[in-house]
Design a protein. Structure first.
Length: 81
């Protein structure tokens, strides 16, 4: 039976930031306003796919972009053994 595995979608995050005309530094400022400062260098690493935001930071990033957490996630289907 397939199981759901959700992962951070870096492409959606970057696309939304660019759609809103935000620099990484401006998004970092918005994150601070949304509850926690996420440094622009860390945001850049998220967008490059080096790693994704922690479960604690994911909602902050979503609020800063004015989108839902679900909008930042991709469903990966895997067959369970």
């Amino acid at each position: 039976m397939p199981t759901k595995n959700l992962s951070f979608n870096r492409h959606r995050a970057k696309r939304e930031r660019l759609r809103q005309g935000l620099t990484l530094n401006e998004l970092a400022d918005r994150c601070e306003e949304a509850g926690e400062r996420i440094d622009d260098t860390l945001l850049c690493r998220y967008e490059k796919g080096l790693f994704g935001p922690s479960p604690r930071r994911l909602p902050v990033l979503a609020r800063a972009l004015n989108i839902s957490v679900d909008d930042l996630l991709t469903e990966n289907r895997q067959e369970s053994a």
